[in-house]
Design a protein around this ligand. Structure first.
Ligand code: F6P
Length: 361
């Protein structure tokens, strides 16, 4: 194994740079060259090939704490390619040609559920491509790994923001709604909400009842003088949906953009006479210093990805469970790669048993 490529794809998160640094150091030790591919899979497509040779200066210790990706990540490339009339086969061919042009012997793809599915498609037709995938996403919605890189840091960030929101909510005797990311999964809301002592945590996996929600908020205001409501961005209600997914029978959107559920709740609470403010944390959640935990998991993933490729293994997904790395075959797991927050999640059960209102469980 003499030349390995590494790319980061999909929404960025903390820990990506730790993976890159560790992969670089391990490659060097094993006598391999590590090539950084810029802007995710777009940079591997033959027409838009874009790579840099990684070196000691680019991959120094400062990468550990730095969020984002030094290799950049383009989330819209696939849609843009399809809009230009390319088929999935065209895209796969372009990726194959890019891999060959760069004379790679292996590829580390740091990505989420979408990339894992694409890599699986790619490997079906191209057995001479060697790929190992490292799971990353703040949403933590990749199955088979208890923690993807980026999740620990986002939870720390959100807890800090909720603590800030609480102090002002207390001074002004208000209800504060904090809207967090997570797409279709409630991990960020449930974990950060529980860690910051939220009174209400609403997630897409559990329906809530408006009457019970209002009653909980009113009782918190009465007992504590303030109330903290944490809500996942994708929560919907009977009279609030995020988008019309089909227009004239055609699926119009491939990438969801949410409409601001916190504003809906703010109006609802105000209509019930509850003094309320809301804050949408948005993309600030993805930045900030990378936690020690994400630095460690990122380093473990980076090293193990190189070790696997150098042992001649391919088509593998690295997972992190109970402090250890385990390896899954992408072909076996990619059909069940997405996950939501399970009903028996220990943090969810803890919140429920502490009488946090988490919907109608
Ligand atoms: O999937 C990660 C994520 O941060 C989601 O939590 C969020 O809904 C989405 O990406 C935002 O995407 P973008 O950066 O394209 O606005």
């Amino acid at each position: 194994m003499s030349k390995i490529g590494i790319l980061t794809t999909g929404g960025d998160c903390s820990g990506l740079n730790s993976v890159i640094r560790a992969a670089y150091i391990r490659s060097k030790i094993l006598g391999c060259e590590l090539i950084g591919i810029r802007r995710g899979i777009q940079g591997l497509e033959h027409e838009t090939l874009d790579s840099i040779k990684l070196n000691d200066t680019l991959c120094d210790y400062s990468l550990l704490g730095r969020s984002g990706s030094i290799l950049l990540s383009n989330t819209k490339w696939m849609k843009a390619s399809i809009d230009k009339g390319k088929s999935l086969d065209d895209i796969k061919k372009q990726i194959y040609e890019g891999y060959k042009e760069l004379e790679l012997n292996g590829l580390i793809c740091v990505g989420g559920d979408g990339s894992i599915k694409l890599i699986n498609e790619l490997l079906v037709d191209n057995e001479d491509i060697n790929v190992v995938v490292v799971p990353k996403t703040i949403d933590n919605d990749v199955n088979y790994t208890s923690s993807s890189i980026g999740f620990n840091t986002v939870v720390e960030n959100v807890v800090h923001q909720i603590d800030c929101a609480r102090s002002t909510a207390m001074s002004h005797e208000r209800t504060m709604i904090v809207e967090v990311m997570g797409r279709g999964a409630g991990f960020i809301a449930m974990y950060a909400g529980t860690a910051s002592g939220a009174d209400v945590i609403l997630i897409p996996e559990i329906k809530y009842n408006t009457e019970n929600l209002i009653s909980k908020v009113k009782s918190c205001m009465h007992q504590n003088g303030h109330c903290i409501v944490v809500v996942s961005e994708s929560v919907e209600s009977d009279d609030f949906t995020h988008l019309e997914k089909f227009v004239d029978g055609v699926l119009k959107y491939t990438h969801l953009e949410y409409k601001g559920i916190s504003h809906h709740f703010k109006k609802l609470f105000k209509d019930h006479g509850i003094e309320t403010r809301s804050v949408v944390l948005g993309h600030t959640q993805r930045g900030g210093d990378t936690t020690a935990n994400d630095r460690i998991i990122g380093s473990m993933f980076g090293v193990e990805a190189v070790n696997l490729l150098c042992r001649g293994e391919s088509g593998k997904l690295l997972c992190y469970n109970c402090g250890k790395i385990n390896v899954e075959n992408i072909s076996e797991v990619c059909h069940s790669i997405n996950r939501s927050l399970p009903a028996d999640d220990p943090v969810l059960l803890t919140a429920r048993d502490m009488w946090v209102y988490i919907g109608e469980v």
